[in-house]
Design a protein around this ligand. Structure first.
Ligand SMILES: *[C@@H]1O[C@H](CO)[C@@H](O)[C@H](O)[C@H]1NC(C)=O
Ligand SMILES: *[C@@H]1O[C@H](CO)[C@@H](O)[C@H](O)[C@H]1NC(C)=O
Ligand SMILES: *[C@@H]1O[C@H](CO)[C@@H](O)[C@H](O)[C@H]1NC(C)=O
Ligand SMILES: *[C@@H]1O[C@H](CO)[C@@H](O)[C@H](O)[C@H]1NC(C)=O
Ligand SMILES: *[C@@H]1O[C@H](CO)[C@@H](O)[C@H](O)[C@H]1NC(C)=O
Ligand SMILES: [Zn+2]
Ligand SMILES: [Zn+2]
Length: 600
């Protein structure tokens, strides 16, 4: 094990820093806002998507799950010293997101093991635990028993081996008493109206369950018991325009008219806090181990609840600051260090840090403007350098590779949903490859498309609705919608000393982020991108695309052909595979080929 001693002078303190191999340190000179501890305190994680190794090339989110475990222990000590409670909640989506989770079969074998090193008080499922049957089985058979009565789901059911539907969790609710203040907490958990589950999964939409006798009887029962706090730990966004929360809240308020109802949400991968009424609030804590959500509530039995919410950046400076430690070795716990070591071992076993090159600068998905050809645009980089590396090749089908007329132009088209994350400057390794694009699709081709028809396909698709990627962590891409606030941010990227980072505006204002940053620019992400290789723009075009978007491309082709139905049908008749070698030629592999060639 290598140690990298290093000292940084910060606001009058010397931090001596030690850590695990490969862990990058944050900037230790950021300005932080303090948390105020209340009578009852919460730490929330959501949509971690397996990012327990931390963000290797992003210093702001460079802590790993072991560091987080140390943080939770230290923070709990601090709360208990102040005679306060601390509860930990996780709102689901622990699978699908990077190599640690996705390189095992089923995915999540190792990442779940690491995740389960941490105790939670309430934990539930997200949609990413429900797509693939083997993933649901792993979750139900290992994670549910690990957490026992703390794992709940009120509206998701699992078809067990006896052919019965049972709650996807230990129960539909948890009723418990806190350690310090002895508050009685009644916890429920809901998933949004999700229809993409495998055959073992049944989801009852919130709009339906609030009418079911059994559920109403449960609320009736607990409205007659001592309850100091209702906690709803769900996998759905907390924003005001997400109607399911409002539907649920009206019903809960009928049964608990005067009790604090605290929601925790997720799924849309943002930081957010909303106020539902005088005694009801909702917190959502981002994604990918970039954020730990903090909430404190005081005077639960009064009309004026005292509260604080903070979005803690997932790094050692934040973790040390909020637990009042000045050195990393003082802060680390034995358990935290063990988990970090386990992460290193797993990373070695999966060859996650096997390097393919060094990215010379960062490329951004939404953080750089595709439309103005920004050289930092990840999408332009894919169009100009990655998609062009595709070659025709047949591995499975009983056919020869497509040999097009030598003079044909070629377009290679993908949906941007098949790219998951930014590509950061520095080491580009097996894990980064999975982070940017893990999808294994085949390529189809429409041959000899007249150029004037071919050039219309991308604009038609980009005017249409956003194409979601199956199993993509980008299930709900809010980058499609730019708020007036974000437009203002983009238009005045003023330079001052602050660094770029998350700047959240929520129902309590703009002081929620623990680290003071200047806002990241954020631009509209198109639906599809394409390379266009040609000698002469008048030549017919072979349009090559990921088979995942076939339906969409054919729809766009039909629009582009207009009245010429004959043309449309003759083109579709020749639709065939261009490259069906999904392991060797998926987008992530094309990126790896480029790195091996150009980034050594
Ligand atoms: C619920 O959790 C308790 C405590 O861990 C356990 O004894 C019980 O078997 C669990 N029940 C189910 C249905 O998982
Ligand atoms: C709470 O809300 C109600 C109306 O919803 C309002 O009448 C009341 O003044 C508010 N404040 C308190 C402290 O109850
Ligand atoms: C942090 O530690 C310093 C020095 O030990 C102490 O004076 C201060 O009160 C502590 N702050 C908190 C929030 O515990
Ligand atoms: C990791 O690399 C080693 C040595 O190159 C190889 O033997 C092993 O099979 C690889 N493991 C995985 C999971 O790719
Ligand atoms: C390709 O283009 C060249 C020049 O435009 C022309 O002479 C040649 O015949 C074309 N070949 C084919 C196969 O169409
Ligand atoms: Zn998610
Ligand atoms: Zn989700």
């Amino acid at each position: 094990m290598h140690f990298y001693p290093l000292s940084v002078f910060v606001v009058g303190l010397w931090y001596s820093i030690w850590s695990q191999p490969k862990t990058r340190f944050p900037h230790f000179d950021e300005t932080l806002r303090d948390l105020s501890i209340g009578d009852i305190n919460f730490l929330q994680t959501t949509d971690t998507h397996g990012w327990y190794l931390g963000h290797i090339n992003q210093r702001q989110y460079s802590a790993d799950w072991g560091d987080f475990i140390s943080f939770v222990d230290r923070f709990r000590e601090q709360c208990h010293e102040q005679d306060s409670d601390l509860l930990l909640v996780d709102c689901g989506d622990r699978h699908d997101g990077n190599g640690l989770s996705d390189l095992t079969s089923p995915n999540g074998v190792y990442s779940s093991e690491v995740f389960m090193e941490l105790d939670f008080d309430v934990i539930t499922v997200g949609n990413h635990e429900l797509y693939v049957k083997e993933v649901s089985e792993l979750e139900y058979n290992t994670v549910v028993p690990r957490y026992g009565e703390k794992f709940i789901s009120t509206n998701v059911e699992y078809l067990n081996d006896n052919g019965e539907y049972v709650p996807f969790g230990n129960s539909t609710y948890r009723y418990f008493t806190t350690d310090v203040k002895k508050y009685n907490v009644f916890a429920l958990s809901f998933l949004f109206d999700f229809t993409g589950g495998n055959e073992r999964i049944r989801v009852t939409p919130i709009a339906e369950i609030v009418k079911q006798k059994q559920f109403l009887e449960l609320l009736e029962e607990f409205s007659n018991k001592p309850v100091d706090l209702v906690a709803v730990v769900g996998h759905l966004p907390v924003s005001h325009d997400w109607l399911e929360t409002e539907v649920l809240h009206q019903v809960l308020r009928r049964y608990f008219p005067n009790i604090v109802i605290q929601y925790f949400g997720g799924h849309s991968h943002i930081r957010d806090f909303t106020i539902l009424d005088n005694k009801s609030f909702a917190l959502q804590s981002g994604r990918y181990c970039e954020t730990v959500g903090f909430l404190s509530l005081s005077q639960l039995d009064q009309d004026n609840i005292d509260l604080d919410r903070k979005y803690i950046d997932f790094n050692l400076q934040s973790f040390l600051h909020h637990t009042n430690y000045s050195t990393v070795d003082g802060f680390n716990t034995k358990h935290g260090l063990q988990v970090s070591q386990r992460l290193t071992d797993i990373s070695n076993e999966l060859n996650l840090s096997e390097t393919f090159g060094v990215a010379p600068h960062s490329y951004f998905l939404a953080g750089a403007d595709y439309n103005s050809n920004d050289p930092n645009s990840l999408l332009r980089f894919f169009e100009n350098h990655i998609l062009t590396q595709l070659e025709p090749k047949i591995c499975h089908e009983n056919m020869d590779p497509v040999v097009s007329s030598q003079n044909n132009s070629r377009m290679v088209l993908i949906n941007t949903g098949s790219i998951r994350y930014d590509l950061y400057k520095g080491d580009f390794n097996r894990n980064s490859q999975f982070i940017v694009s893990p999808f294994k699709n085949k390529w189809k081709v429409l041959q000899n498309v007249p150029a004037d028809v071919a050039v219309q396909i991308q604009p038609i698709l980009n005017r249409g609705p956003y194409i979601m990627s199956a199993n993509s962590a980008n299930q709900l891409d809010t980058s499609q919608l730019l708020s007036p606030y974000q437009r203002a941010v983009n238009s005045q990227m003023n330079a001052n000393r602050l660094r770029y980072g998350q700047t959240t505006v929520d129902d309590l204002g703009n002081d929620g982020d623990d680290t003071i940053h200047k806002p990241l620019p954020k631009f509209q992400v198109p639906n599809v991108i394409r390379s266009y290789e040609y000698v002469d723009k008048l030549q017919p075009v072979d349009i090559v695309f990921y088979d995942f978007i076939e339906r969409h491309v054919l729809w766009a082709l039909q629009q582009a052909c207009g009245d010429d139905r004959l043309l449309y049908h003759s083109l579709v008749q020749q639709l065939t595979f261009y490259n069906d070698c999904e392991l060797e030629f998926n987008v992530g592999e094309l990126l790896k080929k480029y790195a091996l060639k150009n980034w050594q």
